[in-house]
Design a protein around this ligand. Structure first.
Ligand code: NDP
Ligand code: MG
Length: 398
């Protein structure tokens, strides 16, 4: 059997490293032909030495310049956004793993799909900012979007062999994050260190903070809508602290199919890499008797306004509001991690940007990028002027 040739975008991150872990276990089935990251030249160099891809890319030009002469011979080192898109469309690749963090992964994702490459996608921000552009790009070439995000993988797995028209609704499970039980006053005091300590998953910083605000769950509503063609009214969030059921699909006959497993991203990553095949592995197994109790509850939209903002914004598809929500949130999360704003200010930044935005009604790439740039600028000003709460209180309580 010929090996599947894989490009990993975001190879030095949490998902990227776990993807390479799977490749390491199954070198008989998988071959790395491209690796790319932002600026971590030393980690990329080590990966290149181990996996010997044809090409590698450092988006940051300075990092690329510093790393260039440390690359083994025979490996082409690309640089910049252009380089990232080039490696995403590498002619020899069969599958591209999209594991960049943030909307920074949008253009390379579009490049991969335009080249007809199937994409195993973890990087959710492009699905928020430009879900229609992404799904249209895939439809044009027939490239497949194979979800890595565990909830989306669960839905995808529950739908194998099913007619998508038979979906009544999707139950998207949420661990609730580390602050599920904190009241509004306590949420205002949350520090970056606390927000980065997720109870059930180990992930990159940005998605960990998003999980704590529930923005992440809101973004998964966008992913679910676009990947499975559902209306937001068919997507319900269920708080399930144990992260054992990764999501469920309820069909028109009332049957609910759930996908379960330990919280370990290597499982959904592997599923996306080998789909439609199931491949044996020696990952730890879920022992239900040890898991003991599975609990379920409704999310609290008042304590976690990011989730409400996402539901409001996903209904404004076809406009540039989703791009604004995503960009303002990216800036706010960064500002929170730098100590410039509080945890509870994050939704205020997004709400203020949405409030102030003059939407464009066409979701073209130019409009998405313009809205993204506008929202970043707006959010940076809001953060540095400390003017977030005053401007946004009305926005989050609509
Ligand atoms: P990390 O922060 O751990 O890694 C991000 C990766 O993207 C790094 O390789 C980083 O490179 C690279 N990167 C960052 N910015 C750019 C850029 N501008 N251009 C090119 N590459 C860039 O993130 P995660 O792995 O945790 O998450 C990746 C994506 O997957 C996110 O969208 C997240 O929401 C999603 N996801 C993650 C899950 C997880 O368990 N981690 C679960 C579900 C979804 P460098 O190292 O050089 O900075
Ligand atoms: Mg998820």
């Amino acid at each position: 059997m010929s090996r599947k040739r894989v490009v990993v975008l975001g190879s030095t991150g949490s998902i990227g490293v776990q993807t390479l872990d799977i490749v390491r276990q199954r070198r008989d089935r998988l071959q790395v032909v491209g690796l790319a990251c932002h600026r971590n030249g030393s980690a990329l160099r080590e990966q290149v030495r181990e996996f010997r891809p044809k090409a590698a890319c450092l988006v940051d030009p300075n990092a690329a310049a510093q790393t260039r002469n440390q690359m083994p011979s025979g490996v082409t080192l690309l640089a910049g956004e252009q380089g990232l898109s080039e490696i995403a469309a590498l002619p020899s690749a069969d599958l591209v793993v999209g594991a960049v963090s943030g909307v920074a992964g949008l253009q390379s994702l579009l490049a991969a799909l335009a080249a007809g490459k199937d994409v195993a996608l973890a990087n959710k921000e492009p699905m928020v900012a430009a879900g229609r552009l992404v799904t249209d790009a895939a439809a044009r070439t027939g490239a497949r979007l194979l979800p890595i995000d565990s909830e989306l993988s669960a839905i995808f797995q529950a739908l194998q062999g099913e007619d998508r028209r038979a979906i009544e609704r999707v139950l998207l499970t949420a661990s609730g994050g580390p602050f599920a039980k904190l009241d509004a006053a306590a949420l205002r005091e949350v520090t970056p260190e606390q927000a980065l300590a997720h109870p059930t998953w180990r992930m990159g910083n940005k998605v960990t903070v998003d999980s704590a605000t529930l923005a992440n769950k809101g973004f998964e509503v966008f992913e679910t809508k676009w990947l499975f063609g559902l209306d937001p009214s068919q997507i319900e969030v269920v708080v399930h602290h144990q992260s054992i059921i990764h999501s469920m699909v309820q069909f028109v006959d009332g049957s609910i199919i759930a996908q379960m497993g330990l919280p370990d991203m290597r499982l959904p990553i592997q599923y996306a890499l080998f789909w439609p095949e199931r491949v044996a592995n020696d990952l730890p197994r879920l022992e239900l008797a040890e898991a003991a109790t599975l609990t379920f509850g409704a999310p609290d939209f008042d304590r976690f306004p990011c989730l409400r903002l996402a539901y409001e914004t996903v209904r404004k598809e076809g406009t540039t509001y989703p791009a604004v929500l995503n960009a303002a949130n990216e800036v706010a999360v960064e500002a929170f991690l730098e100590g410039a704003i509080g945890f509870a200010d994050i939704p205020h930044v997004s709400a203020a940007a949405l409030e102030d935005h003059e939407p464009m009604s066409d979701e073209t790439l130019d409009n998405v990028l313009a809205a993204d740039a506008w929202a970043r600028e707006f959010a940076r000003r809001a953060v540095s002027h400390g003017a977030i709460r005053a401007g946004a209180e009305a926005g989050t309580s609509r």
